[in-house]
Design a protein. Structure first.
Length: 365
């Protein structure tokens, strides 16, 4: 049993809270749930599973709620979870992570969060979640709250801890109107801190999720305009999200320019090359078509992004790039090369590649 307090804040999470608590309870001393007067059975489920449950009014401020939850912790270490997450590892992994955090004052640890997105992709990100139970650690930000140590970002170490996050499925977004809620809170924060590039980045990202692409583009450009080198840790994701918005807008020139800038800064960020390859496919420009094998082969050469370094779509350095190479070689009449890449993709569980293999083999009969 690890001397860790798990802290969760909730409102109307009856569908998820049981899984979250059951996934972590065997490995930690206590689970603390701060419930914001849920109208469903969240409170009762959490209490029945042995969590210490507190009720608190919701004041449209995630940091306030996070800080209240960690103030209830009694263990020397705190692990923050969301109600719609699931812990995937074991007690030994938590023990190892705890030793990393305890090695030096002011140190916190990031964990891997795999989020199921509205388009069915799994996106891997790295979020600060494990830290000492000390009053110098506080959250800041009304929304997309960030952990601080003595008003600065803490020193970070990376762990092998992994969680699945289910809260951004299409059903959950619609049911809770998450994007509109996030937008309103971000605009409140941005109004009081108008030159904060992180808030600009999150506004661009949120408008993009809402498919308000021109507004998304404006906020990303503002964030890039106020950024100074060395860029803060989130700028790799800023470049990636901005490129996605330009891809949806079919602004090929701007996309090419921003990818070139980003690659100079983040030369090992596989997703940047993958987005560029996707743009070549989407643009349908015959003059660019021959670049496709080089781009996606380079994605495979780079592989999946280094753990703890960048936010990334699962498969860009492996099965997704193999699949796109399969499509390219199929279209250019090289069936044997197409089958090779489809098989490489299918071996990693990509069902679309398996379907292409069946179709090609059927057509060969």
């Amino acid at each position: 049993m690890n001397e860790i307090s798990v802290c969760i804040i909730t409102r109307n999470e009856e569908e998820y809270i049981g899984r979250a608590i059951r996934s972590i309870t065997p490995y930690v001393k206590e689970v603390i749930v701060v419930d914001h007067y849920s109208e469903d059975r969240t409170f009762e489920i959490a209490r029945s599973l042995g969590a210490k449950v507190f009720r608190k009014s919701w004041n449209s401020d995630f940091s306030e709620s996070r800080n209240f939850s960690i103030s209830q912790a009694s263990c020397p270490l705190i692990l923050v979870m969301d109600a719609d997450e699931e812990y995937l590892d074991d007690g030994l992994a938590l023990q190892d992570a705890s030793q990393l955090v305890s090695s030096e004052p002011g140190t916190a640890a990031s964990v891997g969060i795999q989020s199921l997105t509205s388009n069915g992709q799994w996106v891997q990100s790295w979020i600060t979640r494990l830290f000492p139970n000390h009053s110098d650690f506080k959250y800041k930000g009304r929304i997309h709250e960030q952990l601080h140590y003595k008003s600065q970002y803490p020193k970070l170490v990376s762990t092998v801890l992994n969680f699945n996050h289910y809260g951004y499925s299409p059903e959950e977004i619609k049911k809770k109107d998450k994007y509109q809620r996030n937008l309103e809170l971000l605009l409140l924060d941005q109004g009081s801190d108008p030159e904060n590039p992180y808030l600009m980045f999150q506004l661009g990202k949120t408008y993009g999720k809402m498919n308000e692409l021109l507004e998304s583009k404006v906020w990303f450009e503002r964030a890039l305009g106020v950024g100074q080198k060395p860029y803060p840790h989130f700028y790799s994701a800023l470049f990636m999200e901005y490129a996605h918005t330009l891809l949806k807008l079919k602004d090929w020139e701007s996309l090419s320019n921003i990818i070139n800038v980003a690659i100079e800064i983040y030369p090992d960020y596989t997703d940047l090359y993958y987005i560029y390859g996707s743009a070549i496919i989407e643009a349908k420009n015959p003059e660019w078509f021959d670049q496709i094998p080089d781009v996606f082969s380079y994605c495979i050469h780079l592989g999946e992004v280094p753990r703890g370094k960048y936010e990334s779509v699962q498969g860009v350095g492996s099965y997704r790039s193999h699949y796109n190479l399969g499509l390219y070689y199929e279209l250019t009449g090289n069936t044997s090369e197409a089958l090779y890449h489809y098989e490489m993709s299918g071996q990693q569980g990509f069902d679309q590649a398996k379907d292409r293999i069946k179709l090609l083999n059927y057509n060969k009969k």
